[in-house]
Design a protein around this ligand. Structure first.
Ligand code: LLP
Length: 420
């Protein structure tokens, strides 16, 4: 459920026609609905109300400061994967004691920054990283709280690029080696083992992989308890999918219902790291058709947004619905490739898409673009990144300005020897 809807054939975000935003802010731009963000967070939070838990919003999905601030005001913490994300989370007012830090390649500087910030814990992905954290903590005269990320070897049945809990993946510590690693961790002088983490992938549309993973993890928790390594936090990651086209992912309530008995059995405080399910359908990318190009092979709708703005279709062959901002009842349809101005054939937002006829100047809404959309944008082809706009009822707020050409060269320098 989201708050993008037609009213008199004109597409609105909450109480604002998208056409007005296009007029005021230009295109392309990202638009987020405050009501949808709030609703999705609360639905997830309430679904797990019966177990003690912290939601650590996976900010890689959307790290805009205003979005993070909203999450924080709703009670969220953050799942971070870099020093940059830690910086953003703290700037947005997310309490450090609700921040957890994952990722296979944390640098010494990032570890130090996280220790100084007193985050809740690190999700440790390897034996080597554990050593590094121990050393950095020792150098600072501190103890580092850690959870070990276990790789339960479960197939989440999702796109291979976003599947993370199988043996061949770079993430976590193999379940067969986990006990040994936990024992090693517990013996390190400046490490305090507090948690166990397992995140198996993203855009999961079935409950069973969550249950299978958790069942394996519970077995391990039991063994650890027996060995005198009690675990306080169980971090079950994120991964719940959303509807992009015809997927029917479980509602957070259904997921919670299925796994709550297992979570209770763990006797741990539960950390949840949802990303996409909170923000995915709370955002769109608004774009304008520049030209229609009719060739013998194809009809192209060339729009002003491109793969640098939204890379998911190019990178994962991901489907995003594309809706006309003005719908014409019973409009004839045609088949289009919706492409951007970038000089690559991989620059498309949709291929072979049947859509109501479009013409130059039309506005299109690329749907489900709140997650892994702006955060994955780049300046490729020296295209300034587009603004992000937050809509709350009848008001809109620019929460990130459109970049200027000057922004594009920020920090670049021509050495003296090239100037003469
Ligand atoms: N926790 C960890 C440790 C993760 O690696 C991720 C996502 C999440 C939580 C959040 O997962 P979510 O609830 O959003 O599924 N760029 C890709 C998605 C990459 C996901 C990476 N990790 C895409 O556009 O589909």
């Amino acid at each position: 459920m989201h708050h993008f809807h037609y009213h008199n054939d004109s597409l609105f975000c909450e109480d604002i026609p998208l056409e007005r935003i296009a007029k005021e802010q230009g295109t392309p731009c990202y638009i987020y609905s405050h009501a949808t963000l709030t609703r999705h967070f609360q639905a997830y939070d309430q679904a797990f109300a019966s177990v003690p838990h912290i939601i650590a919003f996976a900010m890689k999905a959307n790290s805009n400061l205003a979005v993070l601030r909203l999450m924080s005001s709703l009670g969220s913490g953050a799942d971070i994967v870099s020093g940059g994300e830690l910086f953003r989370a703290l700037k947005a007012g997310i309490p450090p004691n609700k921040i957890v830090f994952a990722g296979v390649g944390k640098s010494h500087e990032e570890i130090k920054y996280a220790l100084e910030s007193d985050i809740l814990f690190f999700n440790v992905e390897s034996s080597a990283e554990l050593q590094a954290i121990n050393e950095v903590a020792m150098g600072m005269g501190m103890h580092a709280r850690v959870a070990l990320r276990v790789n339960p070897d479960i197939d989440p049945h999702t796109h291979p690029y976003i599947s993370t809990g199988m043996k061949k993946s770079k993430f976590g510590i193999g379940a067969d080696r986990a006990l040994e690693e936990f024992q090693k961790a517990a013996s390190l002088s400046n490490i305090q083992v507090v948690g166990l983490h397992a995140h198996i992938g993203s855009q999961l549309t079935k409950i069973s992989p969550f249950v299978d993973s958790l069942t394996k993890v519970l077995g391990l928790l039991h063994t650890l308890k027996g060995k005198g390594i009690p675990i306080q936090y169980l971090n079950i990651g994120g991964g719940l999918g959303i509807t992009y086209s015809d997927e029917t992912p479980p509602h957070p309530k259904d997921l919670a219902e299925a796994i709550t008995p297992l979570l209770r059995e763990s006797e741990c405080e539960i950390i949840l790291e949802p990303g996409r399910v909170i923000v995915g359908n709370a955002g769109i990318l608004l774009t304008r058709v520049l030209y229609i190009k009719d060739t013998d092979a194809k009809k192209f709708a060339i729009v002003d947004a491109a793969m640098n703005d939204l890379i998911r279709p190019s990178l994962y062959d991901a489907h995003h619905d594309i809706l006309p901002v003005h719908q014409v009842p019973n409009a004839p349809e045609d088949v289009y490739d919706v492409v951007g101005p970038i000089c690559e054939s991989g620059d498309f937002l949709a291929q072979n898409r049947t859509m109501p006829l479009v013409k130059a100047g039309d506005l299109l809404a690329v749907m489900s673009a709140g997650a892994y959309a702006f955060t994955m944008a780049s300046n490729y082809n020296s295209r300034p990144r587009v603004p992000e706009i937050l809509v709350k009822e009848g008001e809109s707020f620019v929460v990130r300005k459109r970049e200027s050409y000057e922004d594009l060269i920020l920090g670049e320098q021509i050495p003296e020897f090239l100037k003469s």
